[in-house]
Write a protein that binds this ligand. Sequence first.
Ligand code: EPU
Length: 422
Amino acid sequence: MEKFIVKGGAELEGKVTVSGSKNASLPILAATLLTSEQCVIRRVPDVSDTNYMLQILQNLGADVERASGTVTIRCANLHRHDAPYDLVRKMRASVCVMGPLLARLNRANVSLPGGCVIGDRPIDLHLKGLEGLGADVQVDGGDVRLEARYGLTGDTIDMQGKSGATVLGTDNVMMAAVLAKGTTVITGAACEPEVVDLADFLNAMGAKITGAGTPRIEIEGVSELGGVEHSVIPDRIEAGTFLVAGAMAARESITVRRINHDHLARITETLTACGCPIEKDGDNLIIGKAENPVGANIITRPYPGFPTDMQAQMCALFATTAGTSVVQDTIFPQRFMHLSEMKRMGANVEVDDGTAVIKGVDQLSGAPVMASDLRASAALVLAALTAKGETEISRVYHIDRGYEHIDDKLADLGADIRRLPA
Ligand code: EPU
């Protein structure tokens, strides 16, 4: 295990380039199961979640090569149809092999992911959707067994849950439906840019999908798909995390490169409302240090709403902005573990029933803190950048799941951050 030691107070200056999106890469890697031909995927971030997904694919029989962000996969001879507990428990997104395995092999066995630190994360909507396409679904001994002996058939499938549409559920049904007989209509579909990137990948393989990015996706089944080359979209959450770093700790400004401005709209609007100066420069964003930043109220919502994956990082900003900020997470109401740790650094926070009330203090102070999940760890690193003294953040394997070399990128901007064995 490793830890970060961050010495607060170093000012950031310079440019940082956003990596490919982790959450777009994972289902796209899984979608390579749909063809026996070779797929080349560029800008796959070198993070542990993409490594786990590649291990799952290899375990199923895929040939995988990886060289500096480019992954070449060929699923010519799949000799298994299962994703075992050992791998699924490390990464919930493993469940997105269900749809493509079912479509290609007519069956899939996947261990049920348990709850996780950001809350109860059921997969009932995934299973209901795949059942709607004709799969027989059995849950037994912690595993889900799906079988469609005579193949899948298109139907109308609703992906809306009580907290909005499910992202990976929409992906799973879309990946199953591309090879189904007839037409599938997904209503209440997730509109996230990562769903659109997956649809673009599938269409390039020969699928017939329209409407991705809207709540109604239509998929006309085809009999086979072919190999393709694809570049993954930039990671909007990594971009947002660096924007918050700039707002908190820039000497004058930092430049965040390779931005899709539409994907970042809600985040940049919120930072602007807090008094952070942001300027567009081609596909870069320049963010200046906010002179007198103020807090804001945010409510997380499915895209195009404010993303739950940026909630923790905004809490780090609000911990030292003037006034009171109210942060409500409607998607994962229990996703506030970072605040218990920030309290150890002197943050003034109350959390109740999915809502945090944060009263900004002048400065946090460094303390030993523990990372509990991916975005919580990022928030602790951000909080540490301006805290007085040294912050020791343990369990940084959480951050390595989804941020490509975040310590190197921050150090290049001037942060005083070191990775040490714990
Ligand atoms: N939900 C259900 N039933 C289901 C599936 C989801 O009730 O069958 C509920 C969830 O409990 C939650 C809501 O629906 O309240 C949305 O969950 P969703 O299914 O959309 O989450 P996910 O697809 O499992 C992806 C991202 C998460 C991100 C969420 C929400 C990936 C690999 N993961 O998860 O990313 O928070 O969408 O936007 O794409 C992260 O990167 O840190 C991360 C957790």
